[in-house]
Design a protein. Structure first.
Length: 284
């Protein structure tokens, strides 16, 4: 990263290259590249306004892109059958690769496309055997909300039951997810013993699970580090919250998330940035 001529990168972005494209070209994740650009502007502010406008224009263009469902279905089938690859498709369509992935994930997240989503997950598993393309927290929340067992959710998404079990165990040591872990264990025990929850217990359980309902989509980009992606999402929530007047509940309500989610975001961001600081110091 230190060998990059950041001024040249900034010029490329001002001239139309997206941060994602620049990140791929120079093999840096998007947020790190943006941080490096902003560091440069502290002593060289002349092009800052043009840079920020270019970033804004790129976001508007990405959002405005519309791809018909039939096209996305065809793309997904070709990918699963290994007749094509996402980069080649994006190039032919003249669409940013990550934008195309986002549109594809949105399409596959719809309940009516579950069969195709399962096929896509199986295809991604051949590329990412660690199932880094699955947001397991969102999957676990869906499992409980839909009153499914680990075996049932595993079969529905084509994921090994033991993999889901391991992901549930990880919640035990993750700050902010202790309650979700406890519910998972009790839920699993009740399923195994065929001991149903009372109506009151179900209401209490769903109230707790609702605190985790904004964990994002189940399908994610397996090519991107999941913790980095989680950091970006949490960081964005915190930045938006800082610009909202009122109590923590007012801020959470405005963002459409729970207070506990906002609190977990802050814990995660602080922990992640501390880890990055330690890592950076080791590399110096």
């Amino acid at each position: 990263m230190d060998s990059i001529n950041i001024e040249e990168v900034i010029d490329e972005i001002i001239n139309g290259m997206s941060l994602r494209e620049a990140g791929r070209k120079y093999q840096i994740d998007r947020e790190s590249l943006k941080d490096k650009c902003m560091e440069y502007f502290k002593t060289n502010p002349e092009k800052l306004a043009s840079f920020e406008q270019a970033i804004k224009n790129n976001k508007v263009n990405s959002t405005a892109i519309s791809i018909p469902d039939e096209t996305l279905k065809s793309i997904c089938i070709d990918l699963c059958d290994k007749k094509d690859n996402i980069r080649a498709i994006a190039t032919r369509m003249k669409v940013d690769e990550d934008t195309l992935k986002e549109k594809l994930f949105q399409f596959l997240s719809k309940p009516e496309h579950l069969v195709l989503a399962r096929k896509y997950i199986a295809y991604q598993a051949t590329l990412h055997p660690d199932y880094s393309h699955i947001n397991f927290k969102a999957l676990i929340v869906e499992m409980i909300k839909n009153n499914m067992s680990q075996s049932q959710i595993a079969e529905e998404y084509g994921i090994p039951v033991r993999t889901i079990g391991r992901e549930i165990e990880k919640l035990k040591k993750e700050e902010g997810y202790e309650k979700l872990y406890d519910i998972c264990k009790e839920y699993s025990y009740r399923k195994m013993k065929r001991k149903p929850f009372t109506e009151f217990e179900q209401l209490l359980m769903q109230a707790v699970v609702e605190e985790y309902s904004d964990e994002g989509p189940i399908l994610v980009d397996g090519g991107m580090d999941k913790r980095r992606m989680q950091y970006e999402k949490a960081k964005k929530n915190i930045e938006l919250a800082d610009n909202i007047q009122g109590t923590e509940k007012d801020k959470a309500d405005a963002l459409g998330i729970s207070v506990s989610t906002l609190r977990r975001n802050k814990i995660f961001v602080a922990k992640y940035e501390k880890e990055q600081e330690i890592s950076d110091n080791k590399q110096k």
